[in-house]
Design a protein around this ligand. Sequence first.
Ligand code: UTP
Length: 296
Amino acid sequence: MEITIAVVPVAGLGSRLLPATKSQPKEMLPVGRKPVVQYVAEELTRAGMERILFVTGPGKASIENHFDLNPELIQILRETGKEDLLAELYFERVDVRYFYTRQRELLGLGHAILCSRPFVGDQPFVVALGDSIIGMNAASDVVRRMIDVFAQQRAEAVIAFEEVPRSDVHRYGIADPKSDGDVFELADVIEKPSVEEAPSSLAIAARYVFAPSIYDAIDRVAPGKDGEIQLTDAVRILLREKARVIGVRLRNDERRYDIGNFDSYFRAFVEFALNDPRSGAALRQALEEMLHVDRA
Ligand code: UTP
C-alpha cells in the first residue's frame, strides 16, 4: 500500500526557546532563508506525501498562514517586476494538500499523534516532527527509504536513528538494536538513559512510519509524572507484544538539525547560512574576520 499521509506535530510550547517563542511558534523560526516547517513540508512532498496534517495548538496560526496562497502579495510582486522574489513563493503551489487539527490539551507527543487518528483512519502513515530538519536544506530521502523498509519487512513501525556522541544519550530515546547495520530490528528503545544504561548511541531522529496499530498502543500508554503521553512508550508497547519495529540510520550526509534548543538552533542557522548560494561566501569571510581565522 502506498503511504501518502504525513502527520506533523507542531503544538508544543517550545519553552526551551523562550523568549523567541513567546508569541511565535518555534517551527516558524528561520533557518537560513526558510522557516523550519517549510523544510519539513518540502522534504515530505519530495517523499511522495499527498496530504500533510499539522497537529497545531494555540499561537500557531502563522504556520497555517505560511502555507496559504497569498494572491495580493503575488500580484504586487508581479506588478513591480520582482520575478526573483516571486520564485520564493513557489512552495505555495506545490502539489500537496495541507490539513490542520488542534491538540486541545498539551499532553505530549504521543497524545498529539493520537489527535490525527480521525483523519488518518486505518492506514499506515508518516510522522515528521515539525521542529527538525533532516539533511542540509532538507535534502534527505530517509522517509522514502523508511517507507520501502516498512513495506519490505512488514513492520509495524520504522524509526529513523542518528548516531550521537555518547555524552548526549541522556537527551534522546536510544535504540537497543538486535544487530548492526543501516537497517536493524529493535529489541527495545530506552527514553533518556544514562551513559551507563544506554545500549547504543543511536538516537531517535524525528521521523517515523507507523501502521495504524500505533493508535491502540498510544491509547494504552499511562501518562508520565508530568501527565504527558510519550510516543516512545507506545513503541515499547508494540515491542513488548512482539511487533516488528525497524530502525533506519541516517546517512553521514543527512544530519538531523534539531531546532528545539538554542545550541542546536544557532548551529543549524549558521551552517545553513554558510551554505547559502547568495550570502554564504560573504558570511564565511565575516565570520573568519570575527574569529581572527588566518586564511592559509
Ligand atoms: P518537544 O519534545 O521539543 O516539546 O516537541 P516542546 O513542548 O515543543 O518544547 P519544550 O520542551 O517546551 O521546549 C517535539 C515536537 O512535538 C511537538 C512539538 O511542537 C515539536 O514539533 N509536540 C510536543 C506537540 O505537538 N504536542 C505536545 O504535547 C508536545
